[in-house]
Structure formats: C-alpha cells, structure tokens
Design a protein around this ligand. Structure first.
Ligand code: NAD
Ligand code: DAU
Length: 354
C-alpha cells in the first residue's frame, strides 16, 4: 500500500480520487482535518475498503511510527501542510509547526521505518515530498522561468516554511540515504479547492453578489495548472523519478491575476448570468495589496517533460471552464464549506451505519 498525508485537502483529495480511478492498490490517508481538510471531498469513495482514513497529525511521532510498522507502505506521498499565504502572514506559527516540525517528525519516523526494511523493500521505497514554486521567490518580468537549480529565496512565512521542509527532505537523502523525490509545482486550480484561494473565492463571491477583491494592481503573475495534471505528474515522478531529484511542475500558463478574475466573470456571465443582465466584472474591487506580495512565478517544466514524458492534458481554457462548471454543479459541497457543516459531515454520514 501507499501512505499519503493531507489526502483530505484540495490536491490530496484530487490525488486520492485519481489514484483509485486507476489503481487497486490500497492507500492509507493520514490527515489532521484542519479547517482545510474536508472528507466530503472523498464522499464518492463511499466505504471503499482500499481507502483507509486515519485522522491524525504528521507531527505525532508515535502514531506515525505505529502506522508505518503496522501497514508497511511501499511509498509515502507528503501533501500535508498549511498552504495559504495570507494565513501565514496573519499567523505564521501553525506553518512552522506543521510544515517544518511536522515534516521533520515525519521524516524521522520514516527514516527509522525505512532503516528496518529488507534490502529489496528498502530499494523500492520512495518518500515523495510535494512542494511549491514559491520557494524560489519572485521573478522580474523578463527573467527566465524557475528551473530546479534556481536559488531559494522564499518571501512569505508560508514559502519559508516550505523551503525549510524541502531542505530537510534533501538532507535526509544526503545524510541517511533516504530515497526521496521532491516536486515543486505552480498554482493549482480545479474541483474541491478551498474558497480562501483566488479562483474559488472569486466564483463564490461572484455568485453571492459580493465584491471580487483583487490585491494591489492585479498584475501579479502566477502559472496555473489544472489539479489533475499535477496529480498525473506526481504519479509519474513516484514511479519513474530519479531518487534524490527535484522536478518542477507547471502549466506553462502565466497569467496576471486580473485576467484570471475576468475569465471567471466571463464564464459565469455565460453559464449563470446575473439576473440584472450586467456582467460579474462590475463586482471587481481593487483592495490593499498582500504584504510582501511576490510579483511573478513561472515554471520551467522541461526536466519532467524530457525525463519522464509528462505534459499537462488540460489547457487553461478547458480547465477553467470545467472548474467553474464544477462549482456551479456542486453547490452542496460549496454551501457545506461556507456554513462549516463539512466539519461534522463524517459523523453525519457514518452515524448508525454500523
Ligand atoms: P490544503 O490546505 O488544501 O490541504 C492541506 C491538507 O493537509 C488538509 O487536508 C489538512 O487537514 C492537512 N493537514 C494540515 N496540517 C496537518 C498536519 N499537521 N497533519 C496532518 N494533516 C495536516 O493544501 P493543498 O492546496 O491541497 O496543498 C497540498 C500540498 O501541495 C501542500 O504541501 C502545498 O504546499 C503544496 N502545493 C500546493 C499548491 C496549490 O496551488 N494549492 C501548489 C504547489 C504545491
Ligand atoms: O504557487 C503555488 C502556491 O499557490 C501554493 O504553494 C500555495 O499553497 C497556494 O495557496 C498558491 O499560493 P498563492 O498565494 O499564489 O494563491 P492564492 O490563491 O492565495 O492567490 C493567488 C494570487 O491571487 C496571488 O497573487 C494573490 C491574489 N489574490 C488572492 C486572493 C485570495 C487576490 O488578488 N485576491 C484574493 O482575494
């Protein structure tokens, strides 16, 4: 079996669903169910016995050691993290605890487990660390995209904590020989994205008649990748990536934020027009910028493309249309997130099922 951490979050849940759509291999999903963890995103799995969910913290060394000893996973994919830049600016402590201390404790437990495997299992084992392009800092307008050898220059408490975790993973390979892989990906979008992040926030605010808050001048550039393409890249790196290597993953799709917001408005104008006939663009409101806001990210994904033959399947046009349509079709998921009901969904769903 494989073990994933953070499999009830946005990317983790998409990964879990994709995994079972393509594989029969069992998966243990360790997630603390913070505000960002939502088991309702995995509701379509029903009581699928291949999916073993454990609510717990990656920093709980005893729990992790027991899970590893009892279930003997062949690989671990580490998604769990505090992931929202704005939250890290308001309140960095959780980011240090989970992203740095949590990853450290996880690595320690994994090192002991891996050290006790027989030589064949040891060779086969992989620890795949899911990280972000934000560790590389901000690019000037005409600078080349981030390659894997770009120096680290994290600018927010979030990216600094992810950078620290990347360094720990690297060190566990260099010092102890742990067979690690690291991926650094650009901005994901798609189904089950928590509505604190740009795209789902804009969809939900637009539909609710609320302002669409664009930070600063809205000219900050991000590279956007449909989440299922990120999942396919991770699966490929897990199976064929070279141990100890870093792979940058991106959509080759740089766009200023204001263009993203305008695209969301245009799609909503088409798919769910406002009753007053006006465009959702009228709701755009420029607001005070994010402190320390990185101006531009861009990914050079040529390494994963050339070495492993990975390419995104989705263009931005097809991916964003699917995403907006998904939010329109899944108002139940959306309203449970908005009301907070998703946090009690598990008890509700499983109570009395025996
Ligand atoms: P998310 O915030 O949606 O989900 C994080 C998940 O981790 C949640 O289910 C949460 O409950 C769980 N978690 C948090 N702290 C935990 C802990 N201490 N122990 C166990 N579980 C814990 O995040 P996401 O957007 O799905 O991102 C997943 C990973 O991918 C993160 O490591 C993030 O840095 C990285 N990443 C995200 C993006 C993006 O655009 N969202 C891009 C590149 C990389
Ligand atoms: O680049 C990868 C990263 O992408 C991941 O590592 C992070 O986990 C993920 O959250 C994301 O970080 P960003 O800060 O880029 O994502 P966010 O959706 O918060 O913001 C995207 C851009 O939109 C950013 O430039 C800030 C801007 N923004 C965001 C919000 C929430 C706005 O203008 N208004 C908003 O209300």
């Amino acid at each position: 079996m494989i073990l994933v951490t953070g499999g009830a979050g946005f990317i983790g849940a998409n990964f879990v669903l994709d995994w079972f759509a393509q594989s029969d291999e069992a998966m243990m999903n360790l997630d603390a169910l913070t505000y960002a963890g939502n088991l309702q995103s995995l509701a379509s799995l029903g009581a699928d016995k291949r999916h073993i969910f454990v609510q717990g913290n990656i920093g709980d060394s005893t729990l992790v050691a027991d899970l590893l000893a009892q279930n003997r996973p062949r690989s671990i994919i580490h998604f769990a993290a505090e992931s929202h830049v704005d939250r890290s600016i308001h309140s960095p402590e959780d980011f240090i605890q989970t992203n740095i201390m949590g990853t450290f404790r996880l690595l320690e437990a994994v090192r002991v487990y891996w050290g006790g495997l027989n030589s064949e299992a040891k060779q086969r084992f992989r620890f795949l660390h899911v990280s972000t392009d934000e560790v590389y800092g901000s690019l000037a307008k005409d600078e080349p995209a981030f390659s894997e050898t770009r120096r680290y220059e994290p600018n927010s408490p979030y990216s600094a904590s992810k950078a620290a975790s990347d360094h720990l993973v690297r060190a566990y390979h260099h010092t102890y020989g742990l067979p690690v892989l690291t991926t650094n990906c650009s901005n994901n979008y798609g189904p089950y994205h928590f509505p604190e992040k740009l795209i789902p926030l804009m969809i939900m605010n637009a539909l609710a008649g609320k302002p669409l808050p664009v930070y600063g001048d809205g000219q900050q550039i991000r590279d956007w990748l449909y989440v299922k393409d990120h999942c396919s890249a991770i699966r490929l790196v897990l199976e064929a990536g070279r141990v100890g290597e870093v792979y940058n993953i991106g959509g080759c799709n740089e766009k200023p934020n204001i263009e993203i917001v305008q695209t969301v408005c245009a799609l909503l104008d088409e798919l769910r027009p406002r009753i007053d006939g006006k465009s959702y663009r009228e709701q755009i409101a420029y607001v005070t910028d994010r402190p320390g806001h990185d101006r531009r990210y861009a990914i050079d994904a040529s390494k994963i493309e050339h070495e492993l033959g990975w390419k995104p399947a989705e263009t931005f046009e097809t991916g964003i249309r699917k995403t907006v349509q998904w939010y329109l079709d899944n108002q139940g998921w959306v309203s449970n997130v908005q009301s907070g009901a998703y946090r009690t969904w598990v008890e509700k769903n499983y109570q009395g099922r025996g």
